[in-house]
Design a protein around this ligand. Structure first.
Ligand SMILES: Cc1cc2nc3c(=O)[nH]c(=O)nc-3n(C[C@H](O)[C@H](O)[C@H](O)COP(=O)(O)OP(=O)(O)OC[C@H]3O[C@@H](n4cnc5c(N)ncnc54)[C@H](O)[C@@H]3O)c2cc1C
Length: 290
């Protein structure tokens, strides 16, 4: 019996070496491996590809905030580090990180892995969209910044080229506050049936800017601009919030699948949106920026 064709395992010492390896032959990037191992086992990812393990690259780890308030998160930062960070107050991205799997998954799984897996149900993705984050992609020829809302092209698909590595997630400074909520049938170890992230900026009791993004509501995570626009200019009173929350349905095109029906998803989305707006508002009033 012949051995299956399995690619080599490489653990580069630095980012430059990792990029050279990715340039040389088709390779799979391994961060925490909590998705990749499963994808290789079920044949979704070709096992003949080499593995380039980026988990140990210190250049890709860490969470920092510049003097101007810009937040930078290394792609190989674990979801646990992100969920527990004190660099920024709780927000839609950290809420998403805290909800992924169980703690065993979060100590291995990374933000970059969650983003590059590009599952429509990925829990950090709506927060990344609502934050208007930029995704830094590096290759041997240089780096480019892709706005998060241009990154995802379909379930499991992104604009990342095979020789590129997601290196950093850059979140612009903001005076706002945000929150992410998801609906699952079980309390843990379940994927989102739907998820909603909300970012609000408030001045003198009035909403001056808002962004809403949905997870598991379309083939990719999607912004819900009509819902966001409906919040702007209001005092975020109950009727305004309820009306805006209903407008998420203008963006949502959910499917029927094993985790939920289209009809149920459309029933849950406005309720979730209303609650996420409420949490973001509470955080904004407490003075939690972002
Ligand atoms: C038990 C269990 C429960 C889970 N629950 C959830 C959940 O509730 N919510 C949720 O969203 N996810 C969940 N997941 C999925 C998974 O844990 C997350 O998507 C996690 O964030 C993946 O990160 P990782 O570092 O392990 O990625 P990996 O498995 O290492 O990689 C995932 C994909 O991204 C690519 N990749 C990784 N990093 C980079 C990079 N820097 N640049 C370019 N490509 C890269 C890999 O090549 C691969 O295609 C669960 C998984 C398991 C096993």
């Amino acid at each position: 019996m012949s051995e299956p064709d399995v690619g080599s395992y490489r653990r580069p010492d630095n980012l430059a070496e990792a990029l050279t390896l990715l340039d040389r032959r088709p390779a799979s990037v391994l961060a925490g491996g909590t998705d990749l191992v499963v994808l290789r086992a079920d044949g979704t990812v070709d096992r003949a590809h080499d593995i380039v393990d980026i988990k140990g690259l210190s250049e890709l780890r860490g969470i920092s905030r510049d003097a101007d308030g810009t937040l930078t998160i290394g792609a190989a930062t674990t979801l646990r580090e992100l969920a527990w960070t004190t660099v920024v107050p709780p927000n839609a991205i950290t809420d998403g990180a805290a909800l992924v799997g169980g703690w065993q998954t979060r100590v291995r799984g990374t933000l970059g892995g969650n983003i590059c897996r590009a599952s429509p149900a990925g829990d950090t993705l709506p927060g990344v969209l609502a934050a208007h984050a930029q995704l830094e992609l590096a290759s041997t020829t240089g780096t480019r910044l892709v706005p998060a809302h241009d990154f995802f092209t379909g379930p499991g698909r992104t604009v990342r080229e095979p020789n590129e590595l997601l290196t950093r997630v850059i979140v612009p400074a903001s005076r706002g506050a945000s929150a992410y909520l998801r609906f699952t049938y079980r309390r843990a170890m379940d994927l989102a049936v739907v998820g909603v992230a909300v970012h609000l900026e408030i001045e003198n009791g009035r909403c001056v800017a808002a962004r809403v993004a949905l997870g598991a509501a379309a083939a990719t995570p999607v912004p819900a601009p009509e819902a966001a626009d409906a919040l702007v200019g209001t005092e975020l009173d109950k009727p305004s919030v309820a009306a805006a929350a209903q407008l998420v349905l203008n963006t949502a095109t959910p499917i029927d699948d094993g985790r939920g029906s289209r009809a149920h998803r459309r029933t849950v989305l406005p309720v979730l949106a209303k609650r996420a707006i409420g949490i973001a508002l509470e955080r904004a009033r407490e003075g939690h920026p972002r």
